[in-house]
Design a protein around this ligand. Structure first.
Ligand SMILES: Nc1ncnc2c1ncn2[C@@H]1O[C@H](COP(=O)(O)OP(=O)(O)OP(=O)(O)O)[C@@H](O)[C@H]1O
Ligand SMILES: [Mg+2]
Length: 263
């Protein structure tokens, strides 16, 4: 176990990423740290480097400068959820969730029991033998989430996972993620285009500007998160603050582009 919940589990120092030596930096001089068991939401205009940052954290891309430190006890237990569920169409719901265990040779009794438990927690116990084409979008995303967690992930990186869902399903998925966070002591880094979603799900929020730099870093500390929170003045004030920050970024980008807003 990590000794103290305030010990950083993700530390990023002076991180930069260029895809070619002469290309502009996609991530530019980024530094932040997230304590254990705290979630991070990434916000920013399209093309600002959110997915790139997630891929850097996962080790799918290498930094051009700076460093990323993930607590060694957690670094081995990271998984990634894409915007689309990316399920194998000819495998059932259960078989999709078992796939990472099969690929890593850990398809033992205890792991299978864990998979079934997760599917139950995600409300999919009646769908185990269904194929992806027989599941709704929200169910497919829950299968993808179970598949990401079945290897007993401690940090999950999610790239706009709920973007394609209708609003009510999206709200249910947000609450499921929060429940899993506290039940499994899960930490997540969550990319979204929705300000309200970031404010609802993030213990920390990093807003990137169009040049891959930190525009705003904030600790968010709501004592209790349920959909009711979205009606509260403090929640809405924070949403307003981010709308304003986005507006300012668009204005300055419009000025530097001769009046044309570049996203
Ligand atoms: N493999 C790559 N090679 C070259 N350039 C890349 C590569 N991956 C991303 N980029 C560039 O890096 C920039 C940031 O891309 P990224 O996908 O991280 O943005 P994003 O913030 O996730 O955008 P969106 O909100 O639209 O998903 C873009 O200009 C993109 O074209
Ligand atoms: Mg992206």
């Amino acid at each position: 176990m990590i000794e103290s919940p305030s010990a950083p589990s993700i530390e990023v120092r002076a991180l930069s990423k260029r895809f070619a030596d002469d290309a502009r930096a996609v991530i530019d001089d980024l530094s932040f740290s997230v304590p254990a068991q705290h979630s991070l939401c990434l916000l920013g205009p399209s093309g600002c480097g959110k997915t790139t940052l997630l891929r850097l954290l996962m080790g799918l891309e290498q930094p051009s400068g700076g460093e990323i430190r993930i607590h060694p006890e957690l670094a081995q237990h990271m998984s990634y959820v894409f915007q689309e569920p990316r399920l194998v169409p000819w495998r059932t719901c259960l078989e999709n969730v078992l796939l990472p265990l099969e690929l890593t040779g850990r398809n033992d009794e205890a792991s299978r029991a864990n998979a079934l438990d997760l599917l139950q927690q995600l409300g999919l116990q009646e769908r185990l033998q269904h194929f992806p084409s027989e599941l709704s979008g929200g169910m497919q995303m829950r299968v993808a989430l179970a598949r990401a967690l079945v290897t007993r992930a401690r940090i999950v990186l999610l790239d706009e996972p709920f973007a394609a869902l209708d609003e009510r399903t999206r709200f249910r998925m947000q609450d499921l993620l929060l429940a899993l966070k506290s039940r499994l002591q899960l930490q997540y880094v969550f990319v979204t285009h929705s300000i309200a979603e970031a404010v609802y799900l993030g213990d920390r929020i990093l807003l990137l500007d169009g040049s891959g730099r930190a525009r705003d870093w904030r600790e968010v500390d709501f004592p209790d998160r349920s959909q009711q929170l979205k009606l509260s003045p403090s929640f809405n004030a924070l949403v307003q603050t981010y709308s304003q920050l986005f507006g300012e970024m668009e204005d300055s980008s419009a000025i530097s582009n001769g009046g044309e807003v570049q996203r």
